[in-house]
Design a protein around this ligand. Structure first.
Ligand SMILES: CCCCCCC/C=C/C(=O)SCCNC(=O)CCNC(=O)[C@H](O)C(C)(C)COP(=O)(O)OP(=O)(O)OC[C@H]1O[C@@H](n2cnc3c(N)ncnc32)[C@H](O)[C@@H]1OP(=O)(O)O
Length: 303
């Protein structure tokens, strides 16, 4: 990821994402409906749909891992690859991230990736989660989250790593870090991201209580930047994007780096320890039991 000034600030020692790829269909390019030239061609993968608009330099990236866009290992990997592809293409300056699944932006970690799995799998999964966060948090592109559905936990991590958040005004679309309610704890880098966004006291309260904020409260606490009627989420995200793109890239990118680097560096310095910590925590019998019980509750809630 090169800055306009030639400075590169994305961590270079990140995982090679394609090493994680299993059975995906990346790199597929197809014409968008009614599309013609390059600017109207879609590409992406099974779980990430990318609609690039070369004329504006903005791509819309849609999560499509039904039913709830849970962050499976495949989805994490495909997101990193799509992001990298856009970053390496000088045509693009911004991404609008949104959901292709009705009513849910992203349900967070795919609990089936950490329930009843062996430590090696949990480690591989957690590294992919770290990777996505690092890539997004330090991206040289402008990332705007168009949050068109529920956005708990890992979904909120994805939204928080964007530069700006627009949330649809629907009381069911709550956003926040509810980890404590599942009996788990947000890692330090997620806590840092929360504090950077809403401040220390609000984070302390919200993290301990596992608060999921409905739109008006999310706006009030500063978790999102705009709350708009559902049918205006996309257009508002585009207007926000235009505001951010009006700033010269090099100045905005270096400022973003200045604001975020210390937080990202903290994880980069202790990435392995963070992975070990995650694995030993989630593999404990007691944590496995609470995760299983939570998953069971979700399954039974249906119908
Ligand atoms: C040291 C430890 C560090 C750990 C830090 C970890 C940081 C991040 C943690 C997380 O992200 S944990 C995950 C937290 N996520 C949630 O609590 C959300 C749970 N889901 C919901 O609340 C709801 O599903 C929803 C997102 C509001 C959508 O509701 P809706 O009514 O539309 O769908 P459902 O009927 O509830 O679900 C459909 C289907 O999907 C399954 N499912 C839902 N969420 C998950 C998930 N996160 N992982 C895996 N599967 C999930 C749900 O069980 C249903 O499955 P089926 O019954 O159809 O089999």
């Amino acid at each position: 990821m090169a800055l306009a000034s030639g400075v590169r600030f994305a961590p270079r020692a990140l995982l090679r994402p394609w090493a994680l790829l299993r059975g995906t269909t990346l790199g597929r390019t197809e014409p968008a409906a009614g599309g013609g030239g390059d600017g109207a061609r879609r590409f992406g993968s099974q779980r990430v749909l990318v609609e690039p608009d070369a004329a504006s330099g903005v791509a819309v990236m849609k999560l499509r891992n039904p039913p709830v866009n849970a962050l499976s290992l495949e989805l994490l990997t495909e997101l990193v690859i799509s992001l990298e592809k856009l970053e390496n293409d000088k045509t693009f300056r911004g991404i609008i991230l949104t959901s292709d699944c009705p009513r849910v932006f992203c349900a967070g970690l795919d609990l089936t990736e950490i329930c009843g799995r062996n430590p090696a799998h949990c480690a591989e999964y957690w590294k992919a989660m770290q990777e996505l966060w690092l890539r997004m948090y330090l991206s040289s592109l402008v990332l705007v989250a168009a949050i068109n559905g529920a956005c708990p936990a890992g979904g909120c991590i994805i939204a928080l790593s964007c530069d700006c958040r627009v949330l649809a005004d629907n009381p069911k679309y709550r956003i926040g870090l509810n980890e404590t309610l599942l009996g788990i704890i947000a890692p330090f880098w997620l806590k840092d991201t929360y504090v950077n966004t809403i401040g220390h006291r609000a984070s302390e309260q919200a993290l301990q209580l596992g608060s999921l904020f409905p739109p008006a409260e999310a706006l009030q606490v500063g978790l999102v930047d705009q709350v708009v009627p559902e049918d205006q989420v996309q257009s508002t995200a585009l207007s926000e994007m235009a505001r951010w793109l009006a700033v010269p890239d090099h100045a905005r990118q270096l400022t973003k780096n200045m604001m975020r680097k210390a937080t990202a560096d903290r994880l980069l310095r202790q990435r392995d320890a963070d992975t070990q910590n995650f694995v030993s925590f989630v593999c404990r019998d007691s944590i496995q039991k609470s995760l299983q019980a939570y998953l069971e509750k979700l399954r039974q809630r249906k119908g």
